[in-house]
Design a protein around this ligand. Sequence first.
Ligand code: C5P
Length: 324
Amino acid sequence: MNSYCLTSPAKINLYLEIVGDRPDGFHELATIFQSLSLADRVILKSAPGGVIRVRCNVPAVPTNEHNLAHRAASLMAKTFPQAFHHFGGVEIDLQKEIPMAAGLAGGSGNAAAVLVGLDLAWDLGLTQGELQDLGAQLGSDVSFCVAGGTVLATGRGECLDPLPSLEGIWVVLAKFTGLAISTPWAYQTYRQRFAANYAPDAAARHDRQQRVKSGAMVQAIAHLASLPEGDRPAAARSLTPLLRNDLERVALAEHPALAQLRAVLGELAPLGAMMSGSGPTVFALAESAREAEAIVQAARRRLQGADLGFWITQFSANGIRLEK
Ligand code: C5P
């Protein structure tokens, strides 16, 4: 097996509505994922001895079966045992740029890269749909990460309706270095506090998802995407009042510093700010690199002393890509 180097982009959620409960204990969602140009690199090589081995440039990242990329390789080995035996073991080298446990799907993207990379390396010829079905067995965001771009997702997050892509819009990401939020905690706490608002049955859940599919955010994205790329950043103001993340209601209530960060970015960013996924990363949209830089500088001044990391990146239309 040759060496394969893949890029695995981060995502944010421009919209995340919790629609109701599912019989499998997960939540039925209507969410809009957006890929970013900030990306990890995932390098796949043969490993002697028929083993799966993960290495990572960040020591805190687990390299055993708790790592989703490791689980992705195990799933591929289990699903395609002949290919695994033929090509031998797999070494996965993760070069992280995306902050971890951040609500940016870094781990899910790495797992998606392993699925895509092993499909190539083992010459399996899987379709994108087959790779996404495998991804759904690993986590709710993994299917999206395979193809990336701008996508409306329902179900657990694995039923995907691609939307027109929105390149050209800038993004500031801000995250407290020491703060992590557990995704199960966020969803369970949301259920404890807001289950009374859940759609009561399958028909009502479907109804709410249909309303998002034909709703204002999807229409605004379609309109923005129809504009020349250079006109999009200024017109992205149409997204600002439509940004939504229901999980903010539990995450910001639990972490006052996060609520302050969210408020500050909301004031500084003319195009708006929102927490991504189950957090704790907060993103702010910007018209230009210069505006993004100004938001970072002003946020640093306003939140002096806070242990914060900032990243400036852009919307991207790409999912997992093989590097030349
Ligand atoms: O699928 P993933 O491993 O990302 O989910 C992590 C946790 O988040 C799940 O165990 C569940 O508690 C919660 N979750 C949920 N509904 C979803 C996605 C995630 O309740 N649609």
